[in-house]
Each structure stands twice: as structure tokens, then as C-alpha cells.
Ligand binder design. Structure first.
Ligand code: SF4
Ligand code: SF4
Length: 505
């Protein structure tokens, strides 16, 4: 056995691994969590195939309740009571190898977030309930209470990684684990706060969704360190803004626990509207068509949004359409490169970071047509380059929810109110090259670098499928995205004014 593996096995483990000529006895145990890791395992065909060749002694999911000892035990979830701790210790005694399965078991995951809970509020909602098993204060990962031989991170775990580990363990092969020892007290990580994106590693459950999402964009996020010190961070733990992050916010859409989120501007806007001075807002159409999603309304309800904002304290509420604004710009291509209009801050930073030779060809992102105090839209990057205070769709939803809570009313009780003014809907300019999302942008800019787009005008939108799936929006299926698009198109000429600047002039 490889020397690195020796400390990983207890005395029973050595005996267990000597057993040959029979199937390994495998057990799965689950403490407090959603059971998603076990589902990820049985959804993986290779894992299923392997599990068919071993003796599954204990797995409640399959109705198996065989007694130990077990050769290899997978434990999912967190221990949250003295009763759980005793059970985990008994499992440890009966197990040759113990594997912590998933983020809950490895780093205390979602149940561990209860350390952020406001006890008074919890008691207010659930009452002072006497629980059968008294919860412990110091909820923690499994290796806080027993020796853990291997960890498989992820929320849920990656089925392929599970299969690989199981295969090696069943064959009794040497498995080298990166870390030889763990620290047992979690360090305090603090916030990595950018101007638009904030990463709070205290809340992170290491599900790695953000890393996967960002790998397709700028690879600004990765996993650093080991064991309980593991954290999500830009390379070398640099600040978000100093990294290659373009503040597109796509990672915030997928983070399940808001460890990654937009910089919060709600308090600032609340102060503005309660100051008594008139505050105007401009709402992007992508927010207007998706606002009902948060409140469970499957219908176009931008009129209710206008009333909500007015009741919160806004004076005028305008409707804007970002797609129109780029049409006002008429840049001239220079030399062999095309003229490039980065339609948002994120697209501009993308070009500057990855295609510096094209800097001379880019114009400034188009500005909103209306002058207002607050901009409400689907974008996180706009928090960096806007002269207005910026609220994302998610932030304005939370603001409205707080208002509803204090007034004891529902969102559909708002009135259907017209916008005070609406931006022109510009016709598409034929012949422009349009790229949406990092993948398409790379393709177009690679072509530009090769001189294949000489004389063209290129529009770049940082988010895939454009602003309807912006980083400040809610996560949406293809079906919801199609509905948002249909509703935008259906707003029609009845709503879009013919020439807004004519009146402004
Ligand atoms: S905001 Fe965009 S670029 Fe920045 S870390 Fe998130 S996904 Fe990556
Ligand atoms: S920051 Fe959010 S998405 Fe990224 S690993 Fe942590 S919990 Fe998962």
C-alpha cells in the first residue's frame, strides 16, 4: 500500500482490505440533508454498474438494512444532534473506509447555514418547539466528529468522481488523497467584495456550480486549498475586480445559497425614496417581463410593477429597451478590424482583457436614454459604469416583497398602472454582427482578429441569449426564456413610443 494511504485506514480497515474472493460490503448512510448525492449516484450509469457488482449491505433507499461490518461506507449529510453524533460514531466503528459524500458531509453545507439564522425570527415562525433530538450548537462536517478517510465534494457529488473512487476502493488499489490531514476549526473567510459582485465564502457550500458556469466565460473562479480550508476564489485569492471577472453575474444566477450575489443597493435606494426628494426610476423591459416570476404569476404584469414602485415612493417610472440603444450608435470601422459596440460593461471588459489589440476598435457601451435616479434592470455589470444607482431584477423583487410583507398584501393586489414614458423601439439595423454570451463573443472576436470582419459593425452582449438571461435575473429554463422574449416582442407599438427624443427635444 502506498505510504500516503496508510494513515487513512483504521485497524479494521486493514483487515477489511485483506478480504479477497468476496464482494466488498458497501453501506450508505444519510444524516440531515436532501438526499441529492445518493440520487446523483444512482443516476450515473457507471456507478450503477459498479454497485451491481458489490454487496450493498445497508442503504435505506434500496430497503437494505444489513448489519456491519462494512468495507466501505458512504455517509451523506450533517450531524445535527447528540443522537446523530452517537450514530455516526457507531457507523465509524463498523466501517473499514468512511467516505464523506457531498458538501453537507464535507463542509456542513446547507444545514450548516443555520449559523446565520436569526433565532428570534425562527422562533417567531415555528414557535418554541420541543424537538425529539436536541440540536447541537456547533454543527460541522463529519470529520469534526470522527475520522474521515476520503471526501467527495459537490452539491450534489459528481457521479463520475464517485464511480472512480468506488472502483479504486473496491479493487483495493492505492488511492492518493491530496490532503494528508485536516484542520478541525474552520477559518473565517470574510467577503471578497467587488463593485458589482460579492463573494461571501462564509455562506459557500462548495457546490462548485459557479466554477462550472464561469469556466465557460472567463475562468475567474476556482477552488483553492484543501479540507476545511477549501474555498472558492479568483486565482491567488485576488479581489474579484482585480481578476479576469467581467461582473456578468452569471455565477450569481446559479449560486444556490447567495454566497455569490450582486452588490446590494436596496438600502441606498430605500434611503433615497424615504428622504422625501423626488426619485425617478427607469425600468428595463427584461425586468418588466420577468418580475411576476418571483411572485408566482405566470402572466405579463409590468403594470403591477409600476404601481408597486410608485407605492414604494418613486415619482416617475419609465420603460426602456436596451436593444434599442445600440442602434443609436453608428461607429466607423477602422483598418482591418470591425467597429465593435460592447453593449454593456461586461462585454467591454471582456474585449479589453482577452483581445487587447481590438481596444482601438471599441466604442463606449450605449447609455440609457432616460435620465433618472435609479436604473432597474437585468444586469449586474451596470453597477460599475452607471451614473444611476442600479437595482437588479432580483433586488427590486426583494424590495417589493419587503413592502408587501409590511402591508400584508399580495403582489397581484397592485393596480395596473401605465409607465410615465416609454422609449422608442428602434428597428433592427440589418447587417450588424451580433454575439451574445462569451462563447459567441469569442467566435466573433477570433474572426475579427483574423481580419474576416473588416468593415463590419459588431454588437457584443455579455450574457448568453442577451439581457433576458442577464446576471441580475432569476434562473430560467428555455421555456421561461422563450416566454420572456415573446412578451417583450408582444409589447408592440402600442407601448413603445414612436419618437421619444422628439418630445425631449
Ligand atoms: S461575474 Fe461572470 S465572470 Fe465574474 S466570476 Fe461570475 S460568472 Fe465569472
Ligand atoms: S459560491 Fe455558491 S455556487 Fe459557488 S461553490 Fe459556493 S455555494 Fe456553490
Amino acid at each position: 500500500m502506498h505510504k500516503l494511504c496508510q494513515p487513512l485506514f483504521g485497524s479494521y480497515g486493514k483487515e477489511a482490505l485483506k478480504m479477497s474472493g468476496r464482494s466488498k460490503r458497501i453501506a450508505f448512510f444519510e444524516f440531515g440533508d436532501c438526499g441529492g448525492c445518493e440520487l446523483a449516484v444512482i443516476e450515473n450509469s457507471k456507478a450503477l454498474d459498479l454497485l451491481g457488482k458489490v454487496d450493498i449491505a445497508y442503504w435505506l433507499l434500496l430497503g437494505k438494512t444489513g448489519e456491519g461490518p462494512y468495507d466501505i461506507t458512504f455517509v451523506e449529510g450533517v450531524v445535527a444532534s447528540e443522537h446523530d453524533i452517537d450514530a455516526l460514531k457507531r457507523i465509524r466503528e463498523k466501517s473499514g473506509i468512511l467516505v464523506a459524500l457531498g458538501s453537507d458531509a464535507c463542509v456542513s453545507g446547507i444545514p450548516g447555514l443555520r449559523r446565520f439564522a436569526n433565532k428570534d425570527k425562527v422562533e417567531g415562525v415555528y414557535g418554541n418547539v420541543e424537538l425529539e433530538h436536541k440540536p447541537i450548537e456547533g454543527i460541522g462536517p463529519l470529520d469534526h466528529f470522527v475520522k474521515v478517510d476520503y471526501v467527495l465534494r459537490g452539491c450534489p457529488v459528481n457521479g463520475d468522481q464517485f464511480s472512480r473512487l468506488l472502483e479504486l476502493l473496491v479493487e483495493g488499489k492505492q488511492v492518493e488523497q491530496g490532503e494528508k490531514s485536516f484542520d478541525y476549526s474552520k477559518p473565517r473567510f470574510g467577503e471578497n467584495a467587488g463593485r458589482a459582485i460579492v463573494l461571501d465564502n462564509e455562506k459557500c457550500i462548495l457546490c462548485e456550480r459557479c466554477v462550472e458556469v464561469c469556466n465557460g466565460i472567463t475562468s475567474a473562479l476556482s477552488i483553492a486549498d484543501r479540507g476545511i480550508n477549501t474555498l472558492i476564489t479568483p486565482p491567488f485569492r485576488m479581489g474579484i475586480d482585480g481578476s479576469t471577472c467581467i461582473s456578468c453575474g452569471q455565477c450569481t444566477v446559479y449560486c444556490p445559497v447567495s454566497a455569490l450575489c450582486e452588490k446590494d443597493s436596496i438600502a441606498e435606494v430605500n434611503r433615497m425614496v424615504s428622504s422625501g426628494r423626488p426619485v425617478d426610476a427607469v425600468v428595463e423591459v427584461e425586468t418588466a417581463v420577468s418580475i411576476g416570476e418571483f411572485f408566482g404569476l405566470n402572466e405579463r404584469c409590468h403594470g403591477l410593477l409600476v404601481d408597486a414602485l410608485k407605492r414604494i415612493g418613486f415619482r416617475n417610472v419609465y420603460l426602456s429597451r436596451s436593444k434599442s440603444r445600440a442602434k443609436f450608435l453608428d461607429p466607423r470601422p477602422v483598418g482591418r478590424f470591425p467597429a465593435i459596440i460592447p453593449c454593456c460593461y461586461s462585454a467591454k471588459k471582456f474585449v479589453e482583457t482577452y483581445y487587447p489589440r481590438l481596444r482601438q476598435s471599441i466604442s463606449q457601451p450605449p447609455k440609457p436614454s432616460f435620465k433618472a435616479d435609479v436604473w432597474i434592470g437585468p444586469c449586474t455589470g451596470r453597477k460599475i459604469d452607471s451614473e444611476m444607482v442600479v437595482l437588479t431584477t432580483r433586488e427590486v423583487s426583494r424590495m417589493i416583497r419587503d413592502y408587501l410583507t409590511t402591508k400584508y398584501i399580495e403582489f397581484n393586489e397592485f393596480d395596473d398602472v401605465n409607465f410615465d414614458d416609454v422609449e422608442l423601439r428602434e428597428p433592427e439595423i440589418v447587417g450588424r454582427v451580433i454575439a451574445e454570451g462569451a462563447f459567441e463573443i469569442r467566435q466573433v472576436l477570433d474572426k475579427a482578429m483574423r481580419g474576416e470582419l473588416q468593415g463590419a459593425v459588431v454588437e457584443l452582449w455579455a450574457c448568453p441569449k442577451g439581457c433576458i438571461s442577464g446576471g441580475g435575473q432569476y434562473k430560467a429554463s428555455e421555456e421561461i426564456l422563450a416566454r420572456r422574449k415573446e412578451w417583450i416582442d408582444g409589447m408592440g407599438s402600442a407601448l413603445w413610443r414612436t419618437r421619444w427624443w422628439a418630445r425631449s427635444a
